[in-house]
Design a protein around this ligand. Structure first.
Ligand SMILES: *Cc1c(COP(=O)(O)O)cnc(C)c1O
Length: 384
């Protein structure tokens, strides 16, 4: 048992994927590979549970950041194609072969090592590589000259196949003004054409994340790597506004609630300070509830003296600083609070809702960070 846990509405995870399926069918793009990303413990939602829900919802592939995440999926009997889009170390490359994974490449060193591993293991099927192209994010991609060289090396190999080319947008979700993203898309298409004219037939071209998949059909091509939206969260306020403006039909249903329990109730007199740094001083006698959650569990210290939680359907404000494992909230105006009462840190209780976006705005960050940083050791419990 745990005092601190997440409830995951797995039906909503399924529904989000189904909504994308329907959307692409209606847009006459029914063959797009839907590849939700389950990196970072499935954006905090629990990797295995989320992966299985996505597959039930109709996901074709899964994306992960690191090969270790793919190994967890394979060890849990998940057999759909898995694409590893983050960096892989030299001594991890054998796992790509062993677990039949697709992997991003962007330098000769990993390509040559994969070739040697494949040869020594005597594999029957070629290893499927996706070459990352530089279009303006300046993270992993390579420029066209380098891309052509790497594509030639792959083509000359008996053990490798260039299955895909990909890139990543820098700012589709940060703005309603998409000239930079348009430039990236045009650059990608131009590079794809150059590769093709040099005899490299590429089966799977992909560049779209959530915001691009939702707002911009031209970017979807052969595969979409949807992350945040698969969990029912919008990539940003801007993307939600633009989607509504365009009459987009995609339905996103959040699936995660984060809960804890009241561990202690105490009276505090007037003119008393609460917590480390004495950052909150009472003006009158109050009632406090002590909660077993803090920044170790992922409840951001930036929420100190700002956030509220829900107890008995009412708002209980954080008083003083968030500690490592403990938080104090005021319950003076909430009648009948008892020990072990349910506390909602993120989610719904009664008529009140605390969204990931609300928590993000208190903590001065984005919804992505709020959910992914909920500590991995807290149980994720599947609920209806
Ligand atoms: C995380 C990630 C995605 C998904 O992005 P969302 O905005 O969460 O949809 C797609 N592609 C790559 C390379 C990523 O790192």
């Amino acid at each position: 048992m745990s005092l601190n846990y997440c409830e995951i509405q797995v039906k909503n995870l399924e529904a989000n994927i189904q909504s994308f399926k329907t959307h692409f069918k209606q847009a006459n793009q029914p063959n797009i590979i839907i590849a939700p990303t389950v990196k970072s413990n499935a954006y905090g939602h629990g990797i295995v549970m989320s992966a299985k829900a996505f597959i039930r919802g109709g996901a074709d592939w899964l994306c992960v950041h690191h090969v270790s995440e793919a190994v967890i999926l394979r060890e849990n009997q998940i057999e759909v194609p898995i694409y590893v889009f983050g960096p892989t170390g030299f001594d991890e490359l054998d796992l790509i072969v062993k677990y039949d994974l697709r992997v991003v490449v962007y330098h000769l060193e990993n390509i040559q090592r994969l070739e040697n591993i494949a040869e020594s293991m005597g594999i029957s099927e070629r290893i499927k590589l996706h070459l990352k192209l530089e279009t303006g994010n300046h993270r992993q991609g390579v420029e066209i000259d380098e891309a052509l060289k790497l594509a030639e090396v792959i083509k000359a190999s008996r053990f490798l196949r260039l299955e895909g080319i990909c890139s990543h947008f820098a700012n589709v979700e940060d703005t309603t003004e998409h000239h930079y993203a348009k430039k990236q898309l045009a650059r990608f298409q131009e590079m794809a054409k150059i590769l093709q004219t040099h005899g490299h037939e590429i089966k799977i071209k992909h560049i779209a994340n959530s915001a691009a998949s939702i707002l911009w059909p031209d970017t979807c091509m052969d595969m979409v790597r949807i992350g945040i939206s698969a969990y029912g969260l919008w990539p940003s306020k801007e993307s939600k506004v633009v989607a509504q403006y365009l009459g987009n039909q995609i339905q996103l249903k959040p699936a995660l609630q984060w809960k804890t329990k009241v561990m202690q109730i105490k009276k505090v007199g007037a003119q008393q300070s609460i917590g480390y740094g004495c950052t909150y001083t009472t003006t009158h006698p109050i009632l406090l509830a002590i909660l077993p959650v803090g920044y170790y569990e992922g409840y951001d210290r930036g929420l100190s003296n700002l956030a509220y939680v829900l107890i008995r359907g009412k708002r209980a404000y954080v008083r003083g600083r968030i500690c490592m494992n403990i938080t104090m909230v005021e319950i003076t105006d909430i009648p009948d609070v008892c020990l072990e009462d349910e506390v909602v840190l993120l989610g719904k209780q009664g008529d009140e809702v605390i969204s990931a976006e609300q928590v993000a705005s208190w903590a001065n960050t984005i919804n992505y960070e709020i959910v992914t940083r909920i500590a991995g050791h807290l149980p994720r419990i599947a609920v209806e």
